[in-house]
Design a protein around this ligand. Structure first.
Ligand SMILES: C[S@@+](CC[C@H](N)C(=O)[O-])C[C@H]1O[C@@H](n2cnc3c(N)ncnc32)[C@H](O)[C@@H]1O
Length: 398
């Protein structure tokens, strides 16, 4: 349990906490701005990755919350929250903000002002559905994730490459039984734009065949280096030795891949997949309408954090961020104003601790364990009093 001063209005609720004590993990019921004020002293400059998935203001009315505010009010509220979140980031930290077409451009301008345009890293496009919506003019199948770093240079040094996908791995073969293991071949020439003279020559293969360059191209290596690479069996001339020279890239030397900005549903999940996962955890319960898939959050945490880092989500919803952070051995703080922090997030996190095997569990071999502390913030009329918490515990048998 983290020692938070009572005068900060943040109360630890032992009855709702679960698993290992003093884990440092926090699930907090409360309005995020007030909660962030209470957390500031303890966690300023401590959070490596903030992920938020705020209401998009897209006019929808969901089972657990309404997403229909006046544009100016919505923008003002989200800006206030972003402003408060900013100071929590570590020097190499990053914030990832999910949003859709309704407000993305206004949010980008507001976020630029808060985090600084120079600290904008990228916009990720996430394919959130793979089925077609035929009733609409356009079947909208993507959302955005705006990414900002506190310091882009430091973020670049600390961000992780991604492990190669199984599709990529399948491209590595071992056509010549090379003792160094599987490899794939890549082109040995590049565009000649910035070439130097020593990159233009004829390559002579071991069987004596001469290979000249296509127009506008130069060899990746100079002549001397190319000859050495051929001796070292690092250049592939095809099975019969007559093919164009290609460079052998060994799987054992592949450290990881640079993340791209287009994230497909088949790789990181879709909204439907996320809902199915929740339904499998709580059959027959009212569906939480806007959960994110665990694989999407896993991708973000893989890039932006390593084990032991602190992750924060100030619009926790059904608890996807804390569930994935927990499974990936990150520490976390999740803040949610709604009653579902109690009747959905807590049961979900308990299942995670007990070894729940949906979502990303199988891929990362999640076996269960750990714990979290539950807190409520009493500085806001939306949050429940302690007696009500007890009543709800009985009502939901949790
Ligand atoms: C889109 S949902 C988040 C879904 C989440 N990513 C998931 O995977 O389940 C947004 C959540 O933010 C909560 N929320 C809205 N305003 C809030 C505020 N001021 N403080 C805390 N939570 C808030 C809503 O109750 C809702 O659960």
């Amino acid at each position: 349990m983290i020692k938070i001063n009572d005068r900060n209005h943040l109360k630890y609720v032992k009855e709702q906490s679960f698993g290992t004590e003093n884990s440092g993990n926090m699930i907090i019921q409360g309005e995020n701005c007030s909660v962030l004020d209470s957390l500031k002293d303890n966690f300023i400059n401590k959070v490596k990755c903030i992920y938020i998935d705020p209401p998009y203001n897209n006019g929808e009315k969901y089972t657990h919350y309404d997403d229909d505010k006046k544009h100016a009010i919505w923008l003002n509220e989200i800006s206030k929250t972003l402003e408060k979140l900013k100071c929590f980031l570590t020097e190499d930290g990053s914030i990832w903000i999910s949003i859709d077409d309704s407000e993305v451009h206004y949010l980008k301008v507001a976020a630029d002002k808060i985090f600084g345009r120079k600290n904008f890293i990228t916009t990720v496009i996430w394919q959130q559905r793979t089925t077609r919506e035929n009733r609409k003019v356009f079947s909208n199948n993507h959302e955005y994730i705006l990414v900002y770093a506190r310091n882009p240079q430091k973020f670049k040094l600390s961000r992780n490459l991604l492990p190669p996908s199984s599709e990529m791995l399948s491209r590595y073969k071992n056509q010549d039984n090379d003792p160094r293991g599987p490899w794939q071949s890549v082109t040995a020439h590049v565009q000649a734009g910035h070439a130097v003279k020593s990159q233009f020559y004829e390559v002579i293969s071991p069987n004596g065949k001469k290979h000249s360059l296509p127009n506008g191209r130069c060899w990746s290596y100079n002549k001397e280096r190319m000859e050495q690479e051929i001796i070292n069996n690092n250049i592939w001339f095809g099975k019969d030795g007559n093919g164009v020279p290609r460079i052998k890239k060994f799987l054992s030397k592949t450290v990881g891949i640079t993340p791209e900005t287009l994230w497909m549903g088949n790789d990181v999940g879709t909204s439907d997949r996320a809902k199915k996962h929740l339904l499998s955890l709580f059959p027959g319960s009212p569906v939480f309408d806007t959960p994110k898939p665990e694989h999407l959050i896993r991708r973000i945490l893989e890039i932006a954090t390593t084990e032991g880092d602190l992750v924060m989500d100030a619009y926790l919803g059904s608890g996807t961020t804390t569930a994935v952070a927990h499974k990936m051995n990150r520490r976390y703080i999740g803040i949610e104003v709604g009653q579902h922090s109690l009747d959905l997030v807590i049961p979900r996190m308990k299942k995670v601790i007990e070894g729940e095997n949906g979502g990303v569990s199988k891929e990362i071999n999640w076996q269960g364990g750990g714990g979290f502390g539950y807190y409520y913030h009493n500085g806001n009329k939306n949050v429940l009093a302690i007696d009500e918490l007890k009543e709800n515990r009985l009502k939901y048998s949790i």
